[in-house]
Design a protein around this ligand. Structure first.
Ligand SMILES: Cc1cc2nc3c(=O)[nH]c(=O)nc-3n(C[C@H](O)[C@H](O)[C@H](O)COP(=O)(O)OP(=O)(O)OC[C@H]3O[C@@H](n4cnc5c(N)ncnc54)[C@H](O)[C@@H]3O)c2cc1C
Length: 406
């Protein structure tokens, strides 16, 4: 690569790594910069591991709006709301309300589905070229519904998504148990389930590491870690400046800094509506009734999946929490919900690791992938679906970056 990189990718989470790959595959020399010690150490580290290509439902819905007063009072253990007078939060909140009408919510979900299906195709194309080992598999997914009202809403959504190319079907409780016997203890409380046979799982941290190895060996890609960067715009052109004052210029820059993006863009005049929503995960050995198929318990908002020899469980949505420290009470809440949902899924007394991360939420639940003047592209705000959306987002961002510079 020439001394001056052709493109800089700022941020080495799943989104940054996928963007770097999409550029490198098109022949571009890329420099990846990240302040962590290695790739995949941010929100991508120990997330729910689900590649939920068909389950791209926006967070904002009329049903959620109806429940908001209850949620604000802490009535649902899955949610915590930390209101703030910060103008950024007020703008975000108002936009979230606007995105929660039936029409907008459906539009956002279907736009997410398009990106999900693009991402699936891009992931498969990557794996054809480079069979990376990141505990990737296609176990399919079952969404469990306990009340008939939410099952009816989910069934209507299945019909709509099938017209757009999603592969999903609605199952009775007995059909769900026949498919996944580990659900036997839950059968009597279920109204039904949605089965998505093409959903996949994979370890996002391993993905970032393995992809970086391939990018360095097979493409014109370099990476620098442990560098805290900021963005400076001079005469309409962006530059990256490191904490020690080093300035790195490039024709093109992709910003893939997840939840830290508003801070990075401060002072540039560019605004993105991203607010943090903390969630938790645990990793533990499989229990006596560990499911083979990934499970989402829609009522408790907990996801379960097998990741190699381990089970990963993730959940909780604490809007406005900015710390990634583990709050013992919230972690216990996740474990209690998971145990109530599928008591035999994991060895709950042998949890090997627990983790908290900040989802970079936008009001629409869709990422911001857009050009910002000459040479700058944002690829941020992937919320609760960044692993799912990473590959398609990388392709879209790379295509935008390679449009003629104005
Ligand atoms: C509990 C939980 C469960 C989840 N489960 C799933 C799931 O099952 N499926 C799914 O699709 N998604 C899931 N998600 C969402 C997903 O993890 C995120 O959307 C995704 O990781 C975002 O990726 P990213 O690359 O944008 O951000 P990150 O992974 O956070 O990467 C951003 C990178 O930018 C770097 N950076 C930031 N600022 C700077 C700077 N100034 N200088 C240098 N470097 C900088 C950071 O160090 C970081 O490495 C989950 C999230 C959580 C919290």
């Amino acid at each position: 690569m020439a001394e001056r990189p052709e493109a800089i990718v700022l941020g080495a989470g799943v989104v940054g790594m996928a963007t770097a790959y999409a550029l490198a595959r098109r022949g571009v020399g890329v420099l990846i910069l990240d302040r962590s010690v290695e790739p995949g150490r941010g929100t991508s580290f120990a997330n729910g591991a689900q590649l939920s290509y068909a389950y791209t439902d926006a967070l904002g819905t009329p049903a959620l709006l109806r429940k908001l007063p209850m949620l604000a009072l802490g009535a649902d253990p899955a949610f915590r709301l930390r209101p703030s007078m910060d103008p950024g939060f007020i703008r975000w909140g108002l936009s979230f309300l606007r995105n929660s009408t039936a029409a907008r919510s459906l539009g956002n979900t279907l736009e997410g589905l398009r990106l999900g299906l693009e991402s699936r195709a891009a992931m498969h194309a990557l794996l054809e070229r480079h069979p990376l080992d990141f505990l990737h598999s296609m176990p399919g997914k079952l969404h469990l519904y306990e009340d008939s009202e939410s099952l009816a809403a989910a069934s209507a959504m299945v019909e709509r998504k099938r017209r757009e190319g999603a592969v999903q079907e609605v199952l009775s409780p007995a059909q769900a148990v026949a498919l996944e016997p580990a659900l036997a203890s839950a059968e009597t409380r279920l109204s039904g389930a949605v089965y998505s046979p093409e959903e996949e799982v994979g370890d996002p941290y391993l993905f970032c590491r393995k992809l970086l190895e391939t990018l360095k060996s097979d493409y014109r890609v370099q990476a620098r870690f442990g560098v805290n960067a900021r963005l400076e715009i001079r005469d309409g052109r962006p530059d990256v400046v490191l904490a020690d004052g080093e300035r790195i210029e490039a024709e093109r820059i992709a910003v893939c800094t997840g939840v830290d993006t508003p801070k990075l863009l401060k002072g540039t005049g560019i605004r993105v509506p991203i607010w943090p929503m903390r969630g938790y995960s645990i990793t533990a050995p499989p229990g006596p009734d560990a499911p083979r198929i990934s499970i989402t318990d829609a009522r408790r908002k907990v996801v379960f999946c097998r990741l190699g020899e381990r089970m990963r469980i993730a959940g909780l949505a604490d809007l406005g929490s900015r710390s990634t420290d583990i709050d013992a009470v919230r972690l216990k809440s996740l474990i209690d919900s998971a145990r109530a949902s599928l008591p035999g899924a994991v060895e709950f007394d042998r949890v090997e690791s627990s983790w908290a991360g900040l989802r970079p939420m936008t009001p629409s639940s869709l990422p911001v992938i857009r050009k910002e003047g000459a040479g700058l592209v944002l690829n941020v705000g992937h919320g609760g679906l960044g692993w799912t959306f990473a590959m398609g987002s990388g392709e879209r961002a790379a295509a935008l970056m390679l449009e003629k510079l104005d």
